[in-house]
Design a protein around this ligand. Structure first.
Ligand SMILES: NC(=O)c1ccc[n+]([C@@H]2O[C@H](COP(=O)([O-])OP(=O)(O)OC[C@H]3O[C@@H](n4cnc5c(N)ncnc54)[C@H](OP(=O)(O)O)[C@@H]3O)[C@@H](O)[C@H]2O)c1
Length: 296
């Protein structure tokens, strides 16, 4: 019941228990379904009585996730796979198709984020390769693997979990944002090839969400960020509406500002970048002073 209410609030138009109807006999594969946003989506689908296939590298967390989904009333199948590895992706697609046949919904959610300025990455091409391996090539392989059976059946929905950083061009995330944008660009072209086959592709421009992914960045501890449950509703909303783009007001505003005045957008983001650089330098200085005082 709580989910229906939340969906009603999010969509503004849904008054009935729509999710169980939308999910009826549908098979949804969620990559990265053992943690954070993916797990929250799985739980809510479970609550609505749906069936999910959860994919991640770690078996232990997948088993916990399966148990949770089933306790909520859903069905969960779990598969381990390293989505950064081509052979592992191929094996996953083959196994899932063999075990379950075609899937109805693919949620490309597993992702890797790297927060590092380009200034600190001149000798770190692997930062760019690693993000591309998972956030682009891993997702791409899922799409290439599951799309043929979707097209054959003339139905399917692919949901890519992107980032609001793609809308705001946030500094220090160039490797991450570039990899997410690659998937976005691919999907926009693809949608123009498959629309006649009733294949829907959605990109969710996710804002900051309180998950293990952002835990290493201590600055985020003080920011008001979205809960995984609320983030899951954005994903589920797209499952219902099949809209091409899911965004937050702040993400849309960032796009508008850039379209209207790219120079102003750059000034704002550059100021925030410089502010953090200065803050870091100040904090390092204070730390050194304190250490010196302790020695003396
Ligand atoms: N959190 C945010 O603020 C935020 C903001 C914007 C966008 N996003 C996007 O939202 C998505 C979910 O993020 P999250 O915050 O929920 O992350 P999370 O809590 O860290 O969960 C990541 C999930 O992906 C799986 N995974 C990671 N690497 C994998 C690999 N190589 N192969 C297979 N599975 C892998 C993890 O399981 P294993 O480690 O066991 O493999 C885990 O289930 C990501 O695409 C992220 O870029 C997040």
């Amino acid at each position: 019941m709580a989910l229906e209410t939340l969906l009603s609030e999010t969509l503004g138009i849904v008054r009935k228990p729509i999710l169980p109807k939308v999910l009826n006999k549908k098979l949804t594969l969620i990559t990265g379904g053992s943690s954070g946003i993916g797990l929250a989506v799985a739980r809510q689908i479970g609550e609505a009585g749906g069936t999910v296939i959860l994919v991640a590298r770690g078996l232990e967390n997948l088993e916990i996730a399966k148990k949770e989904v089933e306790e909520l009333g859903g069905t969960a199948h779990i598969y381990t796979c390293n989505l950064s590895d081509t052979d592992s992706c191929k094996a996953l697609v083959e196994k899932v198709l063999e075990d379950h046949g075609p899937i109805d919904v693919l949620i490309n959610n597993a992702g890797r984020s790297i927060r590092r300025s380009v200034d600190d990455a001149y000798d770190r091409i692997h930062d760019f390769e690693r993000t591309m391996d998972l956030n682009y090539f891993g997702c791409l392989q899922m799409i290439l693997g599951f799309l043929p059976s979707m097209r054959e059946r003339k139905k399917g929905h692919i949901i890519n979990i992107s980032s609001a950083g793609c809308q705001s061009n946030v500094p220090r995330f160039s490797a991450y944002i570039a990899s997410k944008s690659a998937l976005d660009a691919f999907s926009r072209c693809l949608t123009n090839e498959v629309a006649q086959d009733n294949i829907n592709i959605t990109t969710v421009y996710m804002p900051l969400v309180r998950t293990p992914m952002i835990a290493p960045t201590k600055t985020y501890d003080y920011l008001p960020v979205m809960s995984p449950e609320r983030a899951a509703q954005l994903v589920l909303k797209s499952l219902v509406t099949k809209q091409k783009k899911v965004t937050t007001p702040l993400g849309s505003l960032a796009e508008v500002v850039y379209d209207v005045s790219p120079t102003s957008a750059t000034r704002i983001m550059n100021l925030s970048y410089q502010f953090e650089e200065k803050l870091r330098a100040y904090q390092a200085k204070q730390k050194a002073k304190k250490a010196q005082a302790e020695v003396a």
